[in-house]
Write a protein that binds this ligand. Structure first.
Ligand SMILES: [Zn+2]
Length: 406
């Protein structure tokens, strides 16, 4: 199967991000490299891929002056690509003080696919995509001293730069961030810090002000679809996934790994069907089936359901079939639109969005799905209805998710 590596040469491999790419290429071509960069932008937009390409370009042994592209074949390029270059330090926050046993394995996987979700908070287990964790991942102060400050004070071993790539840099704790700031205030000539974050607002302003900012944006749906087909995803799955992934290639790759995507859509459409006919036993059975598969899987199901209902909404409002996500289910969608003229499809969308939000906030998935089934039934029949989440008391600690979810 093809991978990241086969998706073009050098900087072509970075998907979209024309602005970021131009800024970084320009600084290499003109030999005006900063001591500290802040790559910020949404999840899955390519910050890690860009940081690694940048490191590769800077350390490449064959790169001609005034050129930005790495040769990708010299010893330095290969070491950066394999995440084994002694002058490139790739840091991820993790739970606890010591590196987890699978740290190296994660780096090896990133070397193959830098867009893959591999950090400890979004993916606590490498093997089980559905596993979640409530453990906080941070950069311990000791780690900041050892891996950022002390390590980065040594001369480069092989290349002309020493580069630290600090992913999820907003996980630097206050003491660590202050220690790191001192280091940034007195930069060595040959060290480069690249801070990556989705949340630049959570970094110390004094750190942010010492960096060159490079913004990343959501990747275009078409680009994601093209990438997915290039790595062997079936074209109609790629069309569906790219529209579900909200501009994140990491999310898209995770979705593509769920081989049961197709059967998942049947499961959720079936959930809709049993909710509509108001068959309590069948609904309970469907809820049990969905909820029994874990929180991440429930989220995926709800996203599939959302994509399906959004298609209904588009088809009903515009009659335009060209922008539908579930292109292969057009007959089922047409028949729903024809048979349920009273359905409040916009409310169905907001109910599912609310359900997703509640599941993300760790509300019991069975309760959410049960309540969602009732809400969808009423919306499909054109009956009035409210939210899933009913405020029980507004007096003391704000809202309590009980009532409808009890
Ligand atoms: Zn090279």
């Amino acid at each position: 199967m093809a991978d990241f590596e086969s998706f073009g040469m050098g900087w072509e491999k970075l998907l979209d991000q024309v602005g970021a790419q131009n800024a970084l290429r320009h600084s290499i071509e003109n030999d005006r490299v900063s001591h500290a960069y802040l790559f910020f932008g949404p999840d899955g937009s390519g910050k890690r891929a860009a940081a690694l390409l940048f490191a590769q370009s800077l350390l490449c042994l064959n790169r001609a002056a005034g050129q930005a592209d790495p040769c990708e074949t010299c010893a330095a390029c290969l070491k950066v690509k394999r995440m084994t270059h002694p002058d490139v330090h790739f840091l991820m926050p993790y739970p606890g003080e010591d590196p987890p046993d699978d740290f190296r394995k994660r780096l090896d996987m990133l070397a193959v696919e830098p867009y893959r979700t591999l950090d400890y908070s979004r993916r606590p287990s490498i093997d089980d995509l559905s596993q979640t964790s409530n453990k906080q991942t941070i950069y311990e102060v000791r780690r900041v001293h050892d891996e950022l400050i002390r390590e980065m004070s040594f001369r480069p071993v092989e290349g002309s730069y020493k580069i630290a790539i600090i992913t999820d840099a907003d996980r630097l704790q206050k003491a660590g961030a202050n220690a790191f700031l001192k280091r940034l205030e007195e930069p060595f000539a040959d060290t480069i810090f690249i801070l990556l974050t989705v949340r630049p607002d959570r970094l110390l302003p004094t750190i942010v002000s010492r960096t060159q900012k490079v913004q990343f944006d959501r990747i275009a749906t078409d680009t994601i679809a093209r990438y997915l087909t290039s790595i062997g995803t079936d074209a109609s799955d790629a069309a569906l996934i790219s529209r579900m992934s909200d501009g994140s290639l990491s999310r898209a790759i995770d979705l593509a790994d769920h081989s049961e995507l197709r059967s998942g859509r049947e499961v959720v459409v079936d959930f809709l069907r049993v909710s509509f006919v108001d068959d309590a036993d069948a609904t309970e059975e469907a809820v049990r089936l969905l909820a029994g598969q874990g929180r991440e899987q429930v989220k995926l199901y709800l996203q599939l359901l959302l994509a399906w209902i959004r298609d209904l909404l588009i088809l009903r409002q515009t009659g335009d079939e060209s922008t539908l996500v579930n292109v292969d289910q057009i007959d089922a969608i047409r028949s729903f639109v024809a048979k349920l003229p009273d359905a409040d499809v916009a409310r169905m969308v907001s109910l599912i969005e609310e359900g997703l939000h509640l599941v993300e906030r760790n509300v019991n998935a069975t309760s959410v799905l049960r309540s969602l089934g009732i809400g969808l039934r009423d919306a499909m029949k054109g009956r009035p209805g409210g939210n899933l989440y009913q405020p029980l008391a507004r007096t003391s600690s704000g809202f309590v998710a009980k009532s409808a979810l009890a």
